[in-house]
Design a binder for this molecule. Sequence first.
Ligand code: XMP
Length: 340
Amino acid sequence: NWTMSTFIDKEIARIREMVGPRDRVLGAISGGVDSSVAAKLMHAAIGERFHAVMVDNGVLRAGEAKQVDEMLNKHLGVNVTIVDASELFLSRLEGVEDPEKKRKIIGNTFINVFEEEAAKLEAAAEEEEAKAKAEGKEQEAKGKYEFLLQGTLYPDVIESISFKGPSATIKTHHNVGGLLENMKMKLIEPLRELFKDEVRELGKLLGIPAHLVGRHPFPGPGLAIRILGPVTRGQVAILQAADAIYIEEIRRAGHYDKISQAFAVLLPVRAVGVQGDKRTYDQVIALRAAQTTDFMTATWYDFPHQFLSHVSNRITNEVAGINRVVLDISSKPPATIEWL
Ligand code: XMP
């Protein structure tokens, strides 16, 4: 595609100019399409001066950190450090139910973790330089991590701006500049003028495998905004298990590429059930599958009944703590795609 290859050349030139010949860039990687494409583009522009960091915030999907590690190292050839900060995130999220508070806590904790990681990488580089110097080797000093890469898209930008209007703050997308005001690193957002379909096209041009480019979006605050009550390790584990079953079945039945975004939601209510001859009082999982082109409006995906019944059986049989599965049949508007 002509427009997208022009975009690549122009953006690479712009990045090189902005970053300069020595500075380095830290990349916030979520495992989603956007941050992977942004990472690949940054790698093409400045090579080894780009370093990706994937933060395990304790609210990722099952197996996600490992998958991302593999994807970036193996498929994309980008250096990535996985930082397990789950304890820090979950302790700060303790007892918090308000969705905006969850977003702010996660956004701010991300910044803390990134800055700490940048400092660590810089210290390691300085040590290396000192060692080289002591051994009498010539080595050019490495630049600082002056920049943070984010895969912000155009819709994130508009939604955040409109959400900040005087009428109502609906949601703040933590990956948009506004929340990052007190960060020392400067933001680079190469995708901020693109829509999702353009980012996918860009990803293909950059050689990212189709199954990665086709991944559904996953929000920065992760499962924290899909657990409607307080976020605990136990609640995360329940949702991870249910979501993994749902997505596995969606892929197996060939629905994945026809849906824009599918995920399970853990409701904070308990309902009565019966298992064997025992009465249970357990939680409820809601299944969401949205179809949309721009994520501003959406309809729900019409699964075959057989499929739904199979997923429901699997979840209630395999996930301890769940005795009921419901289907979300709401459009956007009036509902949003996420429940929080
Ligand atoms: P809503 O729920 O607003 O979602 O209809 C539209 C799209 O945005 C994603 N989303 C987020 N992404 N941080 C993100 O990075 C957030 O806080 C956030 N909230 C919603 C959502 O998954 C959907 O793709």
